[in-house]
Design a protein around this ligand. Structure first.
Ligand code: AMP
Length: 251
């Protein structure tokens, strides 16, 4: 079985986000970019499934400008066998990503498609659900445990839901999106970084895949969250209780 993993290049999680002066988005020039953390977890899970002998190949896909190749190389250094880059210079929104992924699934025919539950730049949390809808495949979102049963051609997925864990049994092929507790992604070792340089990355454009990228969604503006007021030091518990009662009025 082949596993396809969608990995997005985003502003590194440790970078302090700055909004562009014209409020059209966040600053990405001269900012450290990395693989979206949930996508690292998705790739790690695919690699573990391959290492368990269930999958034969892991293909990492990223869409966006040419710098996405760096993210794909990181994925190849973690252990993916091949990369696919769909080059597109402008912003891509979840429905377009899902349509491009569907076209790639039609070409590659994976038995499992794993995505992050959300990209930490746009926080959309939509692409996995949309691609499952387009493919008419079952979906297990927010996965915290995945067990494959190849005899039954199914995946048992634990999902993190409010107040507990929901366990689903999905027929394969299926779409899974990853939550934080699914695994701890590995670091790429130096020999694997070197090996990754010779792994193949196939390039497509949306036109090659017959996908028309329509801009039916526009970001009107992006603003920073309001600044938090400075805290105050109180001298006693009695003063705290007084403030909670008479200022905050929460007790
Ligand atoms: P989102 O719906 O934008 O929050 O993204 C959810 C997941 O979809 C991400 O964690 C990725 O697995 C995948 N994804 C979204 N955009 C891209 C992209 N441009 N390239 C590759 N994968 C993507």
């Amino acid at each position: 079985m082949k596993i396809m993993v969608a990995i997005k290049r985003v502003v590194d999680y440790a970078v302090k986000i700055r909004v562009k002066p014209d409020k059209s988005g966040v600053e990405t020039q001269n900012v450290k970019m990395s693989m979206n953390p949930f996508c690292e977890i998705a790739l790690e899970e695919a690699l573990r499934i391959k290492e368990s002998g269930i999958a034969s190949e892991v293909v990492a896909v990223s869409m966006g400008p040419s710098h996405c190749i760096d993210t794909i190389r990181t994925g190849l250094a973690m252990g993916a066998d091949r990369g696919i880059h769909v080059e597109y210079l402008n912003a891509l929104y979840p429905l377009s990503v899902a349509k491009l992924l569907k076209a790639l699934v039609d070409v590659e025919k994976p038995g499992l498609l794993i995505l992050g539950k959300q990209a930490i730049d746009d926080d959309c949390n939509q692409t996995g659900q949309m691609i499952a809808g387009l493919l008419k495949w079952p979906q297990g979102t927010f996965a915290s445990k995945v067990v494959l049963d190849m005899e039954k051609q199914s995946a048992i997925v634990d999902r993190e839901v409010d107040g507990g864990i929901e366990t689903l049994c999905l027929d394969l092929p299926a779409v899974i999106t990853t939550d934080l507790r699914l695994n701890q992604p590995r670091y790429a070792t130096l020999p694997n970084i070197m090996k990754a340089k010779s792994k193949a990355i196939k390039k497509y454009t949306p036109q090659d895949l017959n996908v028309d990228i329509r801009r039916d969604l526009e970001v009107v503006h992006v603003t920073e969250p309001p600044k938090r007021k400075a805290g105050v030091m109180l001298s006693s518990v009695n003063e705290l209780i007084d403030k909670l009662k008479n200022e905050a009025r929460i007790i």
